[in-house]
Design a binder for this molecule. Sequence first.
Ligand code: C5P
Length: 207
Amino acid sequence: THPLNIAIDGTFSSGKGTLSRRIAAHYGLACLDTGKLYRAVARDVLAAGVSLAEGEQAAVIAAQIDPSTLDDPYLKSGEIGAAASKVSVHPPVRAALLAFQRDFAAKGAVLDGRDIGTVICPDADAKLFVTADPEVRAERRYQELLGYGEDVTLAGVLSDLTERDHRDMNRRVAPLKPAVDAHLLDTTDLSIERAVSTAIRMIDAVL
Ligand code: C5P
């Protein structure tokens, strides 16, 4: 028996983060939100005064990410999310984060992100691709940002989300797309409980 790997990819605010944590708890696995790695790179690049467009310099910073700084609440902000989406387009940045993600997976884990099933863990035991209608995702994200005390509008969140989807799906390296063997889960009309039970049923069916 080898360590279990579950890959959860999907769009921004599709509910994949919550789902991943619940799935990890169900199977007794560790969980890595790989978006936090790109967010931490964006934070450190901005702090260093380096442009988000400088892929090689950003990769040097990415190679030095301190895993103990991944729970920084500032990483959840809209500002850092948008910056993460810009810095994540650079192949050297993605390459610099690969080993950390593979090492994490090697012990048995749920990883969630954009390219887990396609690039990071192509041999995962189960792969889900989670999405939901943009309006529903914008409403969820809007409520989340209000909860952090951010001054945002629903229209602003929807336009940011549309832009981010476009960038994630159209970048040259590791674009957001379902792996050929991923199972699609649309959470538009599902409560969290229903989404979790549906996901577990889908995963159990392939394990
Ligand atoms: O999932 P989250 O919103 O935290 O991710 C922030 C950004 O990091 C995404 O918009 C995406 O551009 C990038 N990302 C990525 N690959 C991953 C996880 C996140 O490119 N595996």
